[in-house]
Write a protein that binds this ligand. Structure first.
Ligand SMILES: N=CN[C@@H](CCC(=O)O)C(=O)O
Ligand SMILES: [Zn+2]
Length: 396
């Protein structure tokens, strides 16, 4: 069945061939959907020639591709409000807090964890997010990482194996012993639990003081690469360090956080295909400086914006807020921030049929209660998500 979506004041296609600028903006636009895909996009005037089974009028609102949230940690139980409150009173963020969530997650049944992930996804969908990556990393044992991967794979669009999130207390500081497990039996178990070929999945490592150093992080990436997984790195979150260099050297699809970047890191990213993923709600919630979005954009790096939804450093999945902070805190323009949260997120996941609204792409639409995407930062904090379509169906 085909649907003509009309009354679009501003359509962001992210395809420069279809409209103005890098966002491919079409004003007074229309879209035709065919099942779960976009069939046609253009001006309302030219849509009069296009037939459709059904018509929907969005009443002069802006239509964007659904948000592509390329970095979350949704498979967890428990919250860490007390840790957050202590941090707001002056305590520093420490990676060790991850173990609090690991304990709560290990205690939860498969049904509980699945229900929690589904509830979080439903909340995200209502906020305009139509594609979600999530990571394991709150299991940190063979059994718990494998079941986290299975739950993530059954519920989310893209799954990332983050066994190398932290060395769990049960290993009593034996970092290399734990990595033998992560890169051996645990990796094999996770691969066996996934429903598709490894090329559609990622391995990630937390490369930071207090987590894994450069050599050990390299070992994790090499193990993932050997079995065909895509590569990601959590890097440069809490201080300057080797994460970006390592990610670029290894050909990682993205390096995430990028809060502390030297000029050399920025040049490396700009000269590579590794996406710099910025997580502004995490920087806010951990009282870190804002990530240098402006410097990255000026250098020509590909940028993604994501929520990093997790109970320790960013317990929000609001991509509307993330985009507003991308502008207000990281120095991106509204165009750059919207692109980073749509096409940028898709690039960080190696996907080409989301984050764009061109013929053949998934019909994932985010209808704003506003005439243009500029309002996301201009009216920060306001409930601007009017309607959401995922794979051709209105879901919110
Ligand atoms: N940096 C590492 N991992 C998560 C936080 C984990 C936690 O504190 O629970 C992040 O991306 O911020
Ligand atoms: Zn993260």
């Amino acid at each position: 069945m085909t649907v003509l979506v009309q009354g679009i004041s501003q359509l962001v296609t992210n395809d420069p061939a279809l409209g103005e600028g890098p966002l491919g903006v079409v004003r007074d636009a229309a879209l035709v959907l065919d099942g779960e895909r976009v069939l046609w996009a253009g001006t309302a005037a030219s849509a009069s020639d296009v037939g459709a089974d059904e018509r929907v009028d969005v009443g002069g609102r802006a239509v964007l591709p659904g948000w592509v949230d390329s970095h979350t940690h949704l498979v967890f139980d428990g919250d860490r409000a007390a840790e957050f409150t202590a941090r707001m009173a002056g305590e520093a963020y420490e990676a060790g807090g991850i173990m609090t969530t690991v304990h709560a997650t290990r205690e939860a049944s498969d049904e509980q964890l699945t229900g929690l992930v589904q509830a979080r996804l439903a909340e995200m969908l209502r906020g305009g997010t139509t594609t979600v990556e999530t990571k394991t990393g709150y299991g940190l044992s063979f059994v718990d990482e494998v079941r986290s991967a299975r739950i993530a794979d059954a519920t989310c669009d893209v799954t990332t194996f983050l066994g190398a999130h932290l060395v769990p207390a049960d290993f009593a500081g034996d970092i290399d012993g734990y990595l033998d497990l992560v890169c051996g039996q645990m990796l094999d178990g996770v691969l066996a639990a996934l429903s598709g070929p490894p090329g559609g999945y990622f391995i990630d490592v937390f490369c930071e003081d207090g987590a894994f150093d450069e050599a050990r992080s390299r070992r994790v990436l090499a193990a993932g690469q050997r079995v065909g997984l895509g590569l990601k790195v959590h890097g440069n979150q809490l201080g300057y360090g080797p994460g970006v260099r390592l990610a670029v050297d290894a050909g990682a699809t993205s390096v995430d956080h990028c809060t502390y970047l030297t000029d050399e890191d920025i040049d490396l990213l700009a000269g590579s295909s590794t996406v710099a993923t910025l997580l502004p709600t995490c920087d806010l919630s951990t009282r870190q400086p804002a990530a240098p979005g402006r410097r990255l954009a000026d250098a020509g790096a590909t940028i993604a914006l994501a929520s990093n939804c997790n109970p320790g450093t960013s317990y929000t999945s609001s991509m509307n807020l993330v985009v507003a902070l991308g502008v207000l805190q990281c120095g991106l323009t509204a165009d750059e921030a919207v692109r980073a949260a749509t096409a940028g997120g898709a690039a960080a996941l190696g996907l080409t049929d989301v984050g764009v609204l061109r013929p053949g792409a998934f019909a994932d639409l985010h209808v704003l209660d506003a005439p243009s995407h500029d309002h996301l930062a201009y009216r920060v904090g306001m409930p601007l998500t009017h309607a959401v379509w995922r794979r051709g169906k209105q879901v919110a």
